[in-house]
Design a protein around this ligand. Structure first.
Ligand code: GDP
Length: 365
């Protein structure tokens, strides 16, 4: 399954945030297919539609869908040169599908900053530069191989050569590969390169507990936002300390606490949702009297593939997907009424599943 990696310089609040993630953690009995690894935290994806479906269907059990964060420790300056645990750090990043970069935006004299001063953009550039240098090495190696074939006018090689040169030029200007746009065929080539700077990036600005309500007043947050918008990345503002406190509360206490703080959604919930959409994930539902459940799929998946997420038998024996959109079901008020309204569709194997679909799969065993 897809995972987002949490990175950041030392002392920026990564462990604090990761603690919050594991403490808020999902009941793993529900997710036997999830990774069991101390560096992986499994969280439930908050989704109000699941609560509404539960009210409507009154099932015995409700199961949210889950999402994995991976804690990637150990970035150091010079990682791309293999210094310290550098190589290991980069190989861990290679394995994740998106990157959440925690950036220190809180002032606290008692907590040392590795560079001796709070300068979030400087911090971001330290990390991003290591990723850029690692990618440059990848691209240069690949260029050496492709150049000769390209000179011989090999069609694929010519195209790859073009892409590589584009990326190389961007990297040399210290721009990540994700800041470039490619057409479909080029995208395939880019994916094959497994570049670190091609992965989607989310910046997590960690502010002080008292700055959460009016985070725009925080000058550091402002500079992070400016930096992120230049490369088209998103910024989430959290207070890791507060998230750690929230993760110890039950749902009711959590809501009260958030109200006291004057915020509508916890930083962690925002982070989960943002990472989810960054990865191009969507949710479909199954809604039976036994169980109402949310399932994560990759947007663009066809019905049989999406069925395979529940069970491989569902994919192998797929016949039809009886489908109603969440909105139509909610408007109708019941499955029977939705059917009377002509809102329940029988979709075949080429149907592209949509976020919010409520599906009953029919399959042969
Ligand atoms: P890591 O090295 O990035 O994993 O950082 P830690 O999570 O261990 O945090 C480093 C120190 O900063 C710890 O003492 C945390 O309690 C503290 N810290 C983390 N977030 C905040 C925050 O929002 N405000 C303040 N004042 N301290 C924080």
């Amino acid at each position: 399954s897809l995972t987002a990696g949490i990175v950041g310089l030392p002392n920026v609040g990564k462990s604090t945030l990761f603690n919050a993630i594991t403490q808020a953690g999902a009941e793993s009995a529900n997710y036997p297919f999830c990774t069991i690894d101390p560096n992986v935290g499994i969280v439930e994806v908050p989704d109000d539609r699941l609560n509404k479906l539960t009210e409507l269907v009154q099932p015995k059990k409700t199961v949210p869908t889950a999402f994995e964060f991976t804690d990637i420790a150990g970035i150091v300056k010079g990682a791309s040169k293999g210094e310290g645990l550098g190589n290991q750090f980069l190989s861990h990043i290679r394995q994740v599908d998106a990157i959440c970069q925690v950036v220190r935006c809180f002032d606290d004299e008692n907590i040392t900053h590795v560079s001796g001063k709070i300068d979030p953009v400087d911090d971001i550039e330290i990390i991003n530069l290591e990723l850029i240098l690692a990618d440059l090495e990848t691209v240069n190696k690949r260029l050496q191989r492709v150049e000769k074939l390209a000179r011989q006018k090999d069609k694929d090689a010519v195209q790859e050569h073009q892409v590589l040169v584009m990326i190389k030029e961007a990297l040399e200007e210290e721009k990540p590969a994700r800041s470039l746009s490619f057409h479909d065929e080029q995208q395939k080539i880019v994916r094959g390169l497994h570049l670190l700077t091609a992965k989607p990036m989310l910046y997590v600005a960690n502010v002080g507990e008292d700055e959460l309500v009016d985070s725009d007043a925080n000058q550091h947050v402002k500079t992070v936002k400016e930096y992120a918008s230049k490369e088209g990345s998103e910024v989430i503002v959290i207070s890791a300390k507060i998230e750690e406190e929230i993760s110890e509360l039950d749902q009711e206490e959590k809501e009260m606490f958030l109200e006291e703080l004057g915020i509508s959604e916890s930083g962690l919930d925002q982070l989960i949702k943002a990472s989810y959409s960054l990865l191009g994930l969507g949710t479909y539902f199954t809604a039976g009297v036994q169980e109402v459940r949310a399932w994560t799929f990759k947007k663009g998946m066809k019905a049989p593939q999406a069925a395979g997420i529940i069970h491989t038998d569902f994919e192998r024996g797929f016949i039809r997907a009886e489908t109603v959109s969440y909105d139509d079901l909610l408007t109708a008020g019941s499955m029977a009424q939705a059917r009377d309204n002509g809102r329940v569709r029988l979709e075949g194997k080429d149907y592209i599943v949509q976020d919010g679909d409520v599906i009953h799969f029919r399959f042969n065993v």
